[in-house]
Design a protein around this ligand. Structure first.
Ligand SMILES: NC(=O)C1=CN([C@@H]2O[C@H](COP(=O)(O)OP(=O)(O)OC[C@H]3O[C@@H](n4cnc5c(N)ncnc54)[C@H](O)[C@@H]3O)[C@@H](O)[C@H]2O)C=CC1
Ligand SMILES: O=C(O)C(=O)[C@H](O)COP(=O)(O)O
Length: 384
Protein backbone atom coordinates (compact mmCIF):
# COMPACT_ATOMS: atom_id res chain seq x y z
CA UNK A 1 0.00 0.00 0.00
CA UNK A 2 1.54 3.33 -1.01
CA UNK A 3 0.72 6.40 1.03
CA UNK A 4 1.55 9.89 -0.18
CA UNK A 5 1.25 12.40 2.64
CA UNK A 6 1.80 16.06 3.45
CA UNK A 7 5.14 16.13 5.30
CA UNK A 8 3.60 18.46 7.92
CA UNK A 9 1.17 15.82 9.20
CA UNK A 10 2.41 14.98 12.69
CA UNK A 11 3.28 11.39 13.63
CA UNK A 12 2.91 10.07 10.09
CA UNK A 13 5.06 6.99 10.77
CA UNK A 14 3.60 6.35 14.23
CA UNK A 15 0.01 6.33 13.00
CA UNK A 16 0.25 5.13 9.40
CA UNK A 17 3.59 3.26 9.22
CA UNK A 18 1.93 -0.16 9.73
CA UNK A 19 -0.62 0.49 6.99
CA UNK A 20 1.71 1.26 4.12
CA UNK A 21 4.91 2.74 2.80
CA UNK A 22 4.78 6.51 3.38
CA UNK A 23 6.17 9.10 0.99
CA UNK A 24 6.11 12.55 2.62
CA UNK A 25 5.89 15.48 0.18
CA UNK A 26 5.29 19.21 0.45
CA UNK A 27 1.54 19.78 0.86
CA UNK A 28 1.69 23.23 -0.72
CA UNK A 29 3.33 22.06 -3.96
CA UNK A 30 1.91 18.51 -4.20
CA UNK A 31 1.36 17.61 -7.88
CA UNK A 32 -0.41 14.93 -9.94
CA UNK A 33 3.01 13.30 -10.52
CA UNK A 34 3.53 13.04 -6.74
CA UNK A 35 0.28 11.13 -6.19
CA UNK A 36 0.10 9.07 -9.39
CA UNK A 37 1.25 5.78 -7.82
CA UNK A 38 -0.33 6.31 -4.43
CA UNK A 39 -3.23 4.24 -3.07
CA UNK A 40 -3.86 6.56 -0.16
CA UNK A 41 -3.53 10.33 -0.01
CA UNK A 42 -3.22 12.19 3.29
CA UNK A 43 -3.34 15.99 3.25
CA UNK A 44 -3.82 19.08 5.38
CA UNK A 45 -5.57 22.27 4.34
CA UNK A 46 -2.95 23.58 1.91
CA UNK A 47 -3.41 20.97 -0.85
CA UNK A 48 -6.20 21.37 -3.40
CA UNK A 49 -7.62 17.88 -3.80
CA UNK A 50 -9.53 17.68 -7.07
CA UNK A 51 -9.74 16.08 -10.50
CA UNK A 52 -6.55 17.85 -11.64
CA UNK A 53 -4.58 16.25 -8.79
CA UNK A 54 -6.11 12.77 -8.77
CA UNK A 55 -7.37 11.80 -12.22
CA UNK A 56 -5.37 8.86 -13.53
CA UNK A 57 -3.95 8.03 -10.10
CA UNK A 58 -4.58 4.85 -8.06
CA UNK A 59 -5.77 6.81 -5.02
CA UNK A 60 -8.83 5.13 -3.38
CA UNK A 61 -8.86 6.94 -0.04
CA UNK A 62 -8.25 10.61 0.76
CA UNK A 63 -7.91 11.83 4.33
CA UNK A 64 -7.48 15.44 5.46
CA UNK A 65 -6.18 15.79 9.02
CA UNK A 66 -8.13 19.05 9.38
CA UNK A 67 -11.62 20.22 10.26
CA UNK A 68 -12.10 22.35 7.14
CA UNK A 69 -12.82 20.60 3.83
CA UNK A 70 -13.03 23.60 1.49
CA UNK A 71 -9.77 22.54 -0.20
CA UNK A 72 -11.33 19.22 -1.27
CA UNK A 73 -13.69 18.71 -4.21
CA UNK A 74 -16.01 16.39 -2.30
CA UNK A 75 -18.45 16.00 -5.22
CA UNK A 76 -15.71 14.87 -7.56
CA UNK A 77 -14.32 12.38 -5.01
CA UNK A 78 -17.79 10.92 -4.53
CA UNK A 79 -18.50 10.66 -8.23
CA UNK A 80 -15.13 8.95 -8.68
CA UNK A 81 -15.80 6.43 -5.90
CA UNK A 82 -12.89 7.67 -3.78
CA UNK A 83 -13.46 7.31 -0.04
CA UNK A 84 -12.92 10.42 2.06
CA UNK A 85 -12.47 11.41 5.67
CA UNK A 86 -11.83 14.74 7.36
CA UNK A 87 -11.11 15.12 11.08
CA UNK A 88 -14.17 16.93 12.45
CA UNK A 89 -13.64 18.54 15.82
CA UNK A 90 -9.96 17.52 16.03
CA UNK A 91 -8.61 20.98 16.83
CA UNK A 92 -11.85 22.69 17.89
CA UNK A 93 -10.66 23.16 21.46
CA UNK A 94 -7.43 24.72 20.24
CA UNK A 95 -9.42 27.36 18.32
CA UNK A 96 -11.65 27.93 21.35
CA UNK A 97 -8.58 28.56 23.54
CA UNK A 98 -7.18 30.96 20.92
CA UNK A 99 -10.42 32.97 21.02
CA UNK A 100 -10.55 32.94 24.85
CA UNK A 101 -6.99 34.23 25.00
CA UNK A 102 -7.79 37.00 22.50
CA UNK A 103 -10.91 38.02 24.47
CA UNK A 104 -8.91 38.11 27.72
CA UNK A 105 -6.34 40.46 26.11
CA UNK A 106 -9.11 42.63 24.67
CA UNK A 107 -10.84 42.96 28.06
CA UNK A 108 -7.53 43.84 29.70
CA UNK A 109 -6.75 46.44 27.02
CA UNK A 110 -10.11 48.04 27.72
CA UNK A 111 -9.42 48.10 31.46
CA UNK A 112 -12.30 45.73 32.25
CA UNK A 113 -12.10 44.09 35.67
CA UNK A 114 -14.68 41.47 34.62
CA UNK A 115 -14.38 40.15 31.06
CA UNK A 116 -17.74 38.38 31.27
CA UNK A 117 -19.45 41.77 30.94
CA UNK A 118 -18.67 41.48 27.21
CA UNK A 119 -21.38 40.08 24.96
CA UNK A 120 -20.15 37.61 22.35
CA UNK A 121 -21.81 36.91 18.98
CA UNK A 122 -20.78 33.53 17.58
CA UNK A 123 -21.36 33.08 13.85
CA UNK A 124 -21.36 29.36 13.11
CA UNK A 125 -22.25 27.17 16.10
CA UNK A 126 -20.71 23.80 15.16
CA UNK A 127 -17.85 22.03 16.91
CA UNK A 128 -15.80 25.20 17.44
CA UNK A 129 -18.59 27.76 17.91
CA UNK A 130 -20.62 25.35 20.06
CA UNK A 131 -17.71 24.55 22.37
CA UNK A 132 -16.81 28.24 22.63
CA UNK A 133 -20.43 29.07 23.52
CA UNK A 134 -20.44 26.34 26.17
CA UNK A 135 -17.29 27.69 27.84
CA UNK A 136 -18.35 31.35 27.62
CA UNK A 137 -21.74 30.45 29.03
CA UNK A 138 -20.14 28.75 32.04
CA UNK A 139 -17.94 31.83 32.49
CA UNK A 140 -21.05 34.02 32.68
CA UNK A 141 -20.81 35.79 29.31
CA UNK A 142 -23.88 36.88 27.39
CA UNK A 143 -23.59 34.70 24.27
CA UNK A 144 -25.62 34.95 21.06
CA UNK A 145 -25.47 32.18 18.47
CA UNK A 146 -26.08 32.74 14.77
CA UNK A 147 -26.33 29.57 12.71
CA UNK A 148 -29.12 29.66 10.10
CA UNK A 149 -28.49 26.11 8.80
CA UNK A 150 -28.83 24.71 12.34
CA UNK A 151 -31.78 26.99 13.12
CA UNK A 152 -33.59 25.62 10.05
CA UNK A 153 -32.75 22.02 10.83
CA UNK A 154 -33.55 22.13 14.52
CA UNK A 155 -36.56 24.50 14.51
CA UNK A 156 -38.04 25.17 17.97
CA UNK A 157 -36.51 21.98 19.36
CA UNK A 158 -32.93 23.19 19.36
CA UNK A 159 -30.94 26.03 20.89
CA UNK A 160 -31.95 29.66 20.64
CA UNK A 161 -30.44 31.27 17.57
CA UNK A 162 -30.33 34.94 16.59
CA UNK A 163 -30.05 36.71 13.24
CA UNK A 164 -26.66 37.75 11.89
CA UNK A 165 -27.57 41.39 12.63
CA UNK A 166 -28.20 40.53 16.27
CA UNK A 167 -24.97 38.57 16.58
CA UNK A 168 -23.12 41.48 14.99
CA UNK A 169 -24.43 43.88 17.62
CA UNK A 170 -22.35 42.11 20.31
CA UNK A 171 -19.14 43.53 21.82
CA UNK A 172 -17.20 40.61 20.31
CA UNK A 173 -18.11 38.97 17.00
CA UNK A 174 -16.27 35.74 16.25
CA UNK A 175 -16.55 33.73 13.03
CA UNK A 176 -16.68 29.92 13.02
CA UNK A 177 -18.38 28.94 9.77
CA UNK A 178 -16.92 26.70 7.09
CA UNK A 179 -16.02 28.32 3.76
CA UNK A 180 -18.86 27.44 1.38
CA UNK A 181 -19.29 28.81 -2.12
CA UNK A 182 -22.78 27.62 -3.04
CA UNK A 183 -26.26 27.47 -1.55
CA UNK A 184 -28.52 29.70 0.46
CA UNK A 185 -26.06 30.00 3.34
CA UNK A 186 -22.84 30.30 1.34
CA UNK A 187 -20.17 32.01 3.44
CA UNK A 188 -17.84 33.22 0.67
CA UNK A 189 -17.51 36.99 1.25
CA UNK A 190 -20.38 36.86 3.74
CA UNK A 191 -18.72 39.86 5.39
CA UNK A 192 -18.57 42.47 2.64
CA UNK A 193 -18.90 46.23 2.72
CA UNK A 194 -22.46 46.34 4.05
CA UNK A 195 -21.99 43.95 6.96
CA UNK A 196 -18.64 45.42 7.96
CA UNK A 197 -20.10 48.94 7.95
CA UNK A 198 -22.33 48.01 10.91
CA UNK A 199 -19.31 47.37 13.17
CA UNK A 200 -18.10 50.22 15.38
CA UNK A 201 -14.91 51.12 17.22
CA UNK A 202 -16.25 49.56 20.44
CA UNK A 203 -16.41 46.12 18.82
CA UNK A 204 -13.91 43.31 18.31
CA UNK A 205 -14.11 41.11 15.20
CA UNK A 206 -12.21 37.79 15.27
CA UNK A 207 -11.82 35.58 12.20
CA UNK A 208 -10.42 32.09 12.66
CA UNK A 209 -12.69 30.46 10.05
CA UNK A 210 -11.35 31.00 6.53
CA UNK A 211 -9.98 34.22 5.02
CA UNK A 212 -12.49 34.15 2.17
CA UNK A 213 -15.43 34.56 4.58
CA UNK A 214 -14.44 38.27 4.77
CA UNK A 215 -13.92 40.33 1.64
CA UNK A 216 -10.41 41.73 2.05
CA UNK A 217 -10.96 44.95 0.07
CA UNK A 218 -14.07 45.78 2.12
CA UNK A 219 -12.28 45.07 5.39
CA UNK A 220 -9.38 47.29 4.35
CA UNK A 221 -11.80 50.08 3.49
CA UNK A 222 -13.63 49.65 6.81
CA UNK A 223 -10.35 49.79 8.75
CA UNK A 224 -9.44 53.04 7.00
CA UNK A 225 -12.83 54.67 7.72
CA UNK A 226 -13.76 56.42 11.00
CA UNK A 227 -14.83 54.35 14.07
CA UNK A 228 -13.13 51.22 12.77
CA UNK A 229 -13.61 48.05 14.86
CA UNK A 230 -10.68 46.20 16.43
CA UNK A 231 -9.85 43.19 14.26
CA UNK A 232 -8.00 39.93 14.92
CA UNK A 233 -7.19 37.68 11.95
CA UNK A 234 -5.80 34.16 11.91
CA UNK A 235 -6.88 33.43 8.34
CA UNK A 236 -6.52 35.32 5.07
CA UNK A 237 -7.68 35.29 1.50
CA UNK A 238 -5.06 33.82 -0.85
CA UNK A 239 -2.80 32.25 1.81
CA UNK A 240 0.18 32.05 1.85
CA UNK A 241 0.17 35.40 0.03
CA UNK A 242 -1.21 37.63 2.75
CA UNK A 243 -2.20 41.25 2.14
CA UNK A 244 0.53 43.19 3.99
CA UNK A 245 -1.61 46.36 4.21
CA UNK A 246 -4.26 44.40 6.08
CA UNK A 247 -1.65 43.05 8.49
CA UNK A 248 -0.64 46.63 9.35
CA UNK A 249 -4.21 47.66 10.11
CA UNK A 250 -5.41 44.88 12.37
CA UNK A 251 -4.75 44.56 16.09
CA UNK A 252 -3.50 40.95 16.15
CA UNK A 253 -2.46 38.73 13.24
CA UNK A 254 -1.46 35.09 13.38
CA UNK A 255 -0.44 32.72 10.55
CA UNK A 256 -3.47 30.35 10.46
CA UNK A 257 -2.48 28.60 13.66
CA UNK A 258 -5.60 28.91 15.82
CA UNK A 259 -5.95 25.12 15.58
CA UNK A 260 -2.26 24.39 16.11
CA UNK A 261 -2.21 23.09 19.68
CA UNK A 262 -0.18 19.88 19.81
CA UNK A 263 -3.32 18.07 20.96
CA UNK A 264 -5.31 19.44 18.00
CA UNK A 265 -2.70 18.47 15.42
CA UNK A 266 -2.14 14.98 16.80
CA UNK A 267 -5.90 14.38 17.06
CA UNK A 268 -6.15 15.35 13.37
CA UNK A 269 -3.82 12.46 12.53
CA UNK A 270 -5.66 10.14 14.92
CA UNK A 271 -9.12 10.76 13.45
CA UNK A 272 -7.91 10.07 9.90
CA UNK A 273 -5.97 6.99 11.10
CA UNK A 274 -9.21 5.66 12.61
CA UNK A 275 -11.17 6.36 9.42
CA UNK A 276 -8.51 4.75 7.22
CA UNK A 277 -8.33 1.71 9.50
CA UNK A 278 -12.12 1.32 9.27
CA UNK A 279 -11.96 1.67 5.48
CA UNK A 280 -9.32 -1.04 5.29
CA UNK A 281 -10.99 -3.30 7.86
CA UNK A 282 -8.01 -3.02 10.22
CA UNK A 283 -8.14 -2.61 14.00
CA UNK A 284 -7.45 0.98 15.15
CA UNK A 285 -5.57 0.65 18.42
CA UNK A 286 -3.45 3.80 18.44
CA UNK A 287 -4.63 6.85 20.36
CA UNK A 288 -3.44 10.47 20.20
CA UNK A 289 -2.87 10.49 23.99
CA UNK A 290 -0.13 7.86 23.81
CA UNK A 291 2.00 10.15 21.65
CA UNK A 292 1.61 13.37 23.66
CA UNK A 293 4.78 14.23 25.60
CA UNK A 294 4.85 15.69 29.09
CA UNK A 295 4.09 19.43 28.86
CA UNK A 296 6.95 21.86 29.55
CA UNK A 297 4.78 23.62 32.12
CA UNK A 298 2.69 21.22 34.17
CA UNK A 299 1.58 23.11 37.28
CA UNK A 300 0.67 26.61 38.44
CA UNK A 301 -0.17 27.45 42.02
CA UNK A 302 -2.31 30.35 43.29
CA UNK A 303 -2.89 31.28 46.92
CA UNK A 304 -5.80 33.02 48.63
CA UNK A 305 -4.07 36.35 47.82
CA UNK A 306 -4.63 35.77 44.09
CA UNK A 307 -7.18 37.89 42.25
CA UNK A 308 -9.52 35.87 40.01
CA UNK A 309 -9.22 37.53 36.61
CA UNK A 310 -5.51 38.31 36.94
CA UNK A 311 -4.84 34.66 37.82
CA UNK A 312 -6.97 33.36 34.96
CA UNK A 313 -5.06 35.66 32.59
CA UNK A 314 -1.72 34.29 33.82
CA UNK A 315 -2.88 30.69 33.34
CA UNK A 316 -4.43 31.33 29.91
CA UNK A 317 -1.38 33.16 28.62
CA UNK A 318 1.11 30.65 29.97
CA UNK A 319 -0.58 28.14 27.68
CA UNK A 320 -1.25 30.45 24.77
CA UNK A 321 -0.49 34.14 24.19
CA UNK A 322 -1.38 35.26 20.64
CA UNK A 323 0.94 38.28 20.92
CA UNK A 324 3.92 35.95 20.36
CA UNK A 325 2.46 34.68 17.09
CA UNK A 326 1.54 38.25 16.18
CA UNK A 327 5.15 39.40 16.66
CA UNK A 328 6.52 36.55 14.53
CA UNK A 329 3.96 37.21 11.80
CA UNK A 330 4.77 40.92 11.65
CA UNK A 331 8.48 40.13 11.30
CA UNK A 332 7.66 37.77 8.42
CA UNK A 333 5.50 40.41 6.73
CA UNK A 334 8.32 42.96 7.03
CA UNK A 335 10.47 40.82 4.69
CA UNK A 336 10.75 41.73 0.99
CA UNK A 337 7.38 40.93 -0.71
CA UNK A 338 8.83 37.97 -2.65
CA UNK A 339 9.91 36.23 0.60
CA UNK A 340 6.69 36.64 2.58
CA UNK A 341 4.69 33.64 1.36
CA UNK A 342 7.54 31.27 2.22
CA UNK A 343 7.99 32.96 5.57
CA UNK A 344 4.25 32.50 6.29
CA UNK A 345 4.53 28.78 5.56
CA UNK A 346 7.75 28.50 7.61
CA UNK A 347 5.99 29.97 10.64
CA UNK A 348 3.37 27.25 10.30
CA UNK A 349 5.82 24.40 9.62
CA UNK A 350 8.11 25.33 12.52
CA UNK A 351 5.34 26.18 14.93
CA UNK A 352 6.45 25.93 18.58
CA UNK A 353 4.85 23.30 20.77
CA UNK A 354 1.65 24.73 22.24
CA UNK A 355 -0.29 22.75 24.81
CA UNK A 356 -3.96 23.03 25.67
CA UNK A 357 -5.29 24.29 29.01
CA UNK A 358 -6.11 20.73 30.08
CA UNK A 359 -2.35 19.94 30.16
CA UNK A 360 -1.86 22.40 33.03
CA UNK A 361 -2.78 21.56 36.64
CA UNK A 362 -3.89 24.57 38.63
CA UNK A 363 -3.34 24.39 42.36
CA UNK A 364 -5.71 26.68 44.27
CA UNK A 365 -5.11 27.09 48.00
CA UNK A 366 -7.85 28.80 49.98
CA UNK A 367 -9.33 30.48 46.92
CA UNK A 368 -13.01 31.25 46.35
CA UNK A 369 -15.53 28.86 44.78
CA UNK A 370 -16.00 31.42 42.00
CA UNK A 371 -12.30 31.25 41.15
CA UNK A 372 -12.39 27.44 41.08
CA UNK A 373 -15.43 27.54 38.79
CA UNK A 374 -13.66 29.96 36.42
CA UNK A 375 -10.63 27.70 36.05
CA UNK A 376 -12.82 24.64 35.56
CA UNK A 377 -14.93 26.42 32.94
CA UNK A 378 -11.78 27.36 31.04
CA UNK A 379 -10.79 23.70 30.88
CA UNK A 380 -7.87 23.60 33.34
CA UNK A 381 -7.41 20.62 35.63
CA UNK A 382 -7.78 21.66 39.27
CA UNK A 383 -5.75 20.51 42.23
CA UNK A 384 -7.44 21.87 45.35
N1 LIG B 1 -7.95 28.78 11.97
C1 LIG B 1 -7.81 27.50 12.21
O1 LIG B 1 -6.73 27.03 12.55
C2 LIG B 1 -8.98 26.59 12.07
C3 LIG B 1 -10.06 26.97 11.33
N2 LIG B 1 -11.15 26.15 11.22
C4 LIG B 1 -12.29 26.60 10.42
O2 LIG B 1 -13.42 26.69 11.27
C5 LIG B 1 -14.53 26.17 10.57
C6 LIG B 1 -15.61 25.72 11.54
O3 LIG B 1 -15.16 24.59 12.27
P1 LIG B 1 -16.20 23.65 13.05
O4 LIG B 1 -16.95 24.43 14.05
O5 LIG B 1 -15.44 22.50 13.53
O6 LIG B 1 -17.14 23.23 11.88
P2 LIG B 1 -18.61 22.61 11.98
O7 LIG B 1 -18.93 22.07 10.65
O8 LIG B 1 -18.70 21.74 13.18
O9 LIG B 1 -19.54 23.91 12.27
C7 LIG B 1 -19.74 24.94 11.35
C8 LIG B 1 -21.08 25.57 11.67
O10 LIG B 1 -21.26 26.70 10.82
C9 LIG B 1 -22.62 26.74 10.45
N3 LIG B 1 -22.82 27.56 9.28
C10 LIG B 1 -22.70 27.23 7.97
N4 LIG B 1 -23.00 28.27 7.18
C11 LIG B 1 -23.31 29.29 8.01
C12 LIG B 1 -23.70 30.65 7.80
N5 LIG B 1 -23.86 31.16 6.57
N6 LIG B 1 -23.94 31.44 8.88
C13 LIG B 1 -23.79 30.94 10.13
N7 LIG B 1 -23.45 29.66 10.40
C14 LIG B 1 -23.21 28.85 9.34
C15 LIG B 1 -22.99 25.27 10.24
O11 LIG B 1 -24.39 25.08 10.28
C16 LIG B 1 -22.25 24.61 11.38
O12 LIG B 1 -23.07 24.48 12.53
C17 LIG B 1 -13.95 25.04 9.70
O13 LIG B 1 -14.75 24.75 8.60
C18 LIG B 1 -12.62 25.63 9.30
O14 LIG B 1 -12.75 26.32 8.09
C19 LIG B 1 -11.21 24.95 11.89
C20 LIG B 1 -10.14 24.55 12.64
C21 LIG B 1 -8.92 25.31 12.77
O1 LIG C 1 -8.44 22.16 10.72
C1 LIG C 1 -8.60 23.13 9.97
O2 LIG C 1 -9.60 23.33 9.29
C2 LIG C 1 -7.51 24.13 9.87
O3 LIG C 1 -7.72 25.24 9.50
C3 LIG C 1 -6.15 23.65 10.22
O4 LIG C 1 -5.85 23.82 11.55
C4 LIG C 1 -5.16 24.31 9.34
O5 LIG C 1 -3.94 23.66 9.41
P1 LIG C 1 -3.16 23.18 8.09
O6 LIG C 1 -3.96 22.10 7.51
O7 LIG C 1 -3.10 24.31 7.15
O8 LIG C 1 -1.85 22.72 8.61
Amino acid sequence: MRIVADENIPLLESFFGDIGEIRPVSGRTMSAADVQNADILLVRSVTRVNQALLEGSRVRFVGTCTIGTDHVDLKWLESSGIAFSAAPGCNANSVVEYVLSVISLHAEKRGMADWSKLSVGIVGAGNVGGELAHKLDRLGFNVRLCDPPRAEREGDEGEEFVSLDEAMACDVVTLHTPLTREGEHATLHMFGQERLSSLTEDQLLINTSRGEVIETSSLLARLEAPNAPTVVLDVFEHEPRVNAELVEKVWLVTPHIAGYSLEGKVQGSEVVYQALSRYMGLPARKKAGQFLPEPALSKLSFTSAAEEMASANIAIRSCYDPRQDDARMRLAMALPPEDRAQAFDRLRRDYPVRREFSSLKIQLKGTSKSMQDTFRALGFKLKL
